[in-house]
Design a protein around this ligand. Structure first.
Ligand code: ZN
Length: 579
């Protein structure tokens, strides 16, 4: 431990998250290609098609590929998370969150349930949701509705029901697309897709859908949605992001419903991964342990071994439930910050501290044994490294103070529950006394760390969190760890730090206390790997650009898989056991 070097993170970390999704440059770069008459020259790189395809052939292939995607995904049950913010008008800040909702569940792509069942209340889907559903969900939103638009039309996406009109060619990221307007034919029936699709020009898969469903039924809404897919396995583009937005804040508008929502889909390959883990486990077990440490353990060593077993069980179980990302580069960034705190405080623990990233949005941290986990949403909104250090110092303090939780999970029978019941079976909450002690210890660690002179930003972050807490109760409801706020929405975590430092000023353009969601981390929907978003910072022009803790539209930079022939490496690369 002592030979760890102090490494302050690169400048990239400091700026990468700054409100980067809506770069107008993206739009400006689109090629201005005139709509072709009825023949689309297909790129020479297209395998097996040297002659130009007609638009009719393109549409036929696209329909074929959409059906191929549906049958490919039939055996998959990815996780789908929707985070929604209801909006109100603020004279200074524009549309701001009024309250929020959070949904997390498994999507069963095998079912051939009637569309209507999804759009109205669907008991079976509700039962399959992970925890917290009953409390947070009110029936004015249908979580199934948000994930519906992963396909244009599950049942009858064909020429008999739709008209396809070619509009133009356009680049989305690195991918050249053919853009079509899609309208349901007369008498095509209820709930048909109406909008625009982007079709990549090699295999003719749909990569983006933008629109809604029509005609609107009584007592239900079809939301407007912008749905994006990513090329994570050869030949297929996986639904990954859906942005929804309703409401009109123009003067005199009578629109009552106003919200924005982000849906993220991941965990397509979870089942397969757990089988791989089993195989890896067998290999490990067959190696005889002949090291000196394998001699009889002392009672304390046995206790530590027991806790280690519990820690490993929990981490493995969270990963197989699709709630924790596999180990990756983001964990190393978190660990670097933890190590900085440990070195400067001369902390030497018997076991190696590990850091992991949860795949979910609600702002939370927890620790089990020597592993600290931080949610994707929390990393997203932290404006700088000092804030990250503040968040990690609290969990490190629990470890240093020996507030070990979860040793009951050393009994493996306690791992035998359905993925959907993870939140009911796991919980790593500390008592208020341990929380207070951890906060005090964390302050001590921070004051001796390289972050001591940079704690103003952490203080501002906590102030902003405190100011926004009443409107963001779903985002601030942790599912495994302790909350930043109490039942009344008052800040309880690190409140001493929040009480010091500079004053929070919403109108100060250079004071960025917290970032919007989604600006830092992106998830590979196939294998759950998390990586840093590579976005250039965008200049903030008005206070309305700050959008702390807010959801914004998705605009992922689309690109094709680098090496389509290496199917195996995508799914197999992370097979090695994680210790
Ligand atoms: Zn705590």
């Amino acid at each position: 431990m002592k030979n760890w070097k102090l490494i302050l993170l690169a400048a990239a970390w400091m700026t990468s998250g700054a409100i980067a999704q809506q770069d107008p440059a993206n739009v400006a770069q689109l090629p201005k290609v005139q709509p072709a008459a009825n023949v689309v020259p297909v790129s020479a790189a297209t395998p097996g098609s040297s002659s130009p395809l007609t638009l009719d052939q393109v549409v036929d292939r696209m329909i074929q590929r959409e059906h191929a995607l549906m049958s490919f995904l039939r055996t998959r049950t990815p996780l789908v998370e929707t985070y929604l913010q209801n909006l109100k008008r603020d004279s200074e800040l524009g549309a701001v969150p009024k309250d929020d909702r959070y949904f997390l569940g498994r999507l069963d792509l095998a079912s051939t349930v009637e569309r209507r069942d999804y759009l109205f209340k669907d008991e079976s889907f509700e039962k399959n949701l992970l925890g917290g559903f009953g409390k947070l969900f009110k029936l004015e939103y249908d979580p199934m509705g948000f994930s519906w638009m992963i396909f244009a039309d599950r049942e009858e996406f064909d020429r008999a029901h739709y008209d396809f009109k070619f509009i133009r060619r356009e680049f989305l990221g690195d991918v050249r697309c053919l853009v079509f307007d899609v309208t349901p034919k007369k008498d095509a029936g209820k709930g048909r897709f109406i909008g625009r699709i982007w079709v990549e020009d090699q295999d003719f898969n749909i990569v983006r859908l933008n629109g809604t469903y029509a005609p609107r039924p009584k007592n239900a809404y079809f939301f407007h949605m912008d749905s994006w897919r990513l090329n994570m396995i050869p030949g297929y583009w996986l639904p990954a992001y859906i942005y929804s937005e309703e409401g009109d804040f123009s003067y005199g508008s009578k629109d009552k419903l106003a919200f924005k929502a982000q849906s993220r889909i991941w965990g397509y390959d979870i089942k397969k991964k757990s089988q791989e883990n089993e195989l890896a486990q067998i290999t490990v077990d067959s190696v005889k342990d002949e090291s000196v440490a394998a001699a009889d353990p002392s009672p304390l060593a046995a206790q530590r071994e027991w806790q280690q077993q519990a820690e490993d069980n929990v981490i493995e179980r969270l990963e197989s439930a699709g709630l924790l990302a596999p180990p990756g580069d983001v964990d190393k960034i978190l660990l670097t910050v933890v190590n900085n705190l440990m070195i400067t405080n001369n902390i030497d623990l018997p076991g190696q501290v590990r850091t992991r990233t949860m795949l979910t949005s609600p702002l939370e941290t927890f620790s089990v044994g020597n592993t600290i986990a931080v949610s994707r949403g929390l990393v997203d909104v932290l404006p700088d490294e000092a804030c990250l250090a503040m968040v990690l110092s609290h969990e490190l303090a629990h470890i240093v103070l020996g507030h070990n939780l979860g040793s009951k999970f050393a009994f493996t029978d306690r791992m035998l529950f359905s993925d959907q019941a993870t939140y009911q079976n796991f919980g790593f909450r500390h008592s208020p006394e341990e929380e207070t002690a951890a906060d005090a210890k964390a302050m001590e660690l921070l004051k001796k760390s390289p972050y001591a002179s940079k704690l103003d930003s952490a203080s501002l972050f906590l102030k902003e969190l405190s100011a926004r807490a009443p409107e963001l109760s779903a985002l601030l409801t942790p599912h495994l760890g302790n909350s930043f706020v109490n039942d009344k929405g008052q800040l309880v975590r690190m409140s001493a730090l929040a009480g010091s430092g500079p004053e929070l000023k919403a109108d100060k353009l250079d004071q960025i206390a917290a970032l919007p969601l989604g600006g830092r981390l992106k998830v590979n929907p196939w294998n759950d790997q998390i990586e840093l978003v590579k976005a250039a910072p965008v200049t903030i022009i008005s206070v309305r650009d700050k959008m702390p803790f807010e959801v914004t539209p998705f605009f992922p930079h689309l690109s094709r898989m680098e090496n389509p022939s290496s199917v195996a490496t995508t799914t197999v690369a992370n097979r090695s056991p994680q210790k």
